[in-house]
Design a protein around this ligand. Structure first.
Ligand code: E4P
Length: 218
């Protein structure tokens, strides 16, 4: 399972990259706005900077909502770097755009997926990645992980090639459950990636090893 960071922050991307376990980056318009990246030229430059740091998939989301606009934007984004994956929302025009881009060898990430039905459409259209948002489902008092299980089952039975990118990850537990469910990718905030390292018994154990070493070598 690949691990992506879900941010547009260059500092966070650099920090995650330095950990040696980072496989890619996802962004969205909210994350870009949070970093104060506005205007087409600045946004394109920002994607270029991200691609220079991480040698892996970098999802760049279209802003248009109509088929023609999504295709035009997708083609422009794809020209930025070979690692750009065009992120397209799960709408009727979005699915049409995903199929058009697929036929023109431009890989896509179908985003804002909240049901297995939508995941089937993404796969049929030829999306390279499908992004079910599990944390946002949890927020509605339903079980986001059930969706990952369901999509993984359907994709395996149907031999769909689209990869499952579990998004809206909120905890280490989500990440482990996604690995168990067979998700191909998880995309997480930096804090959640760093949470994977933590276990109190590791800290206690290390402290004791070093204390014993100091006793024997003083
Ligand atoms: C996915 O690509 C999205 O950017 C992201 O995971 C959304 O997560 P959120 O629900 O924490 O905003």
């Amino acid at each position: 399972m690949r691990i992506f960071i879900d941010t547009a922050s260059i500092d966070e991307i650099k920090e995650a990259h330095a950990l040696g376990i980072l496989d890619g980056v996802t962004t969205n318009p909210s994350l870009m706005a949070k970093e104060g990246i506005t205007g087409k030229d600045n946004i394109i430059d920002h994607y270029k900077r991200i691609c220079e740091i991480v040698d892996g998939d970098v999802s760049a989301e279209v802003i248009s909502t109509d088929f023609e606009g999504m295709v035009r934007e997708g083609e422009e984004l794809a020209k930025i770097h070979d690692n750009i994956i065009v992120k397209v929302p799960m709408t009727v025009d979005g699915v049409k755009a995903i199929h058009h881009l697929y036929e023109n060898d431009i890989p896509t990430n179908c985003t804002l997926v909240f049901s297995a039905a939508q995941a089937i459409l993404a796969a049929k259209a030829g999306a390279y990645l499908v992004s079910p948002f599990i944390g946002r489902i949890d927020d509605t008092n339903w079980e986001g992980m059930d969706l990952i299980d369901q999509i993984a089952e359907v994709y395996a039975i149907q031999d769909f090639e689209t990869e499952i990118l579990a998004a809206s990850i909120r905890s280490s537990k989500h990440i482990v459950q996604c690995a168990q469910a067979g998700a191909d990718v998880v995309t997480c905030p930096l804090s959640t990636i760093k949470g994977l390292f933590k276990h109190p018994l590791t800290d206690i154990g290390l402290e004791k090893f070093l204390a014993d070493y100091r006793k024997g070598n003083s």
